[in-house]
Design a protein. Sequence first.
Length: 127
Amino acid sequence: MIVSLLIRASSDLVSTVGFALIQPVSIIQGEPRAFADSRVLLLASFVPVLVLVGIDARRHPLVASLGYPVTLFTVFGWIQAGSPALGGMAPGAETTLVALALTVVAAFAGAAVGSWLARALQGPDGG
């Protein structure tokens, strides 16, 4: 809980300082599509969750730990590329593939550490 709060506080600080330094100007002020995009993002957040449900994460934790981030990466990458505000900043194919590979490696490492931690905390008697 404390780590989560520290991460949140540091993220807020970085974003506040970043916006103060860069002073970005919105290119979509008052555009109705911006509000529609926010609803699309909210609904798109459920797609990776539905993938977890379909995989049955409790029975297949490794597949689930790879399926969720890859789906999240794909869905939000597709949304970013089609967004009028962010589409111009979308990375090229090579950069995207490198990022996807790093996502898969991080997901696999997280699954391995999580499985090890679950076994270590479970103890020798299984409970």
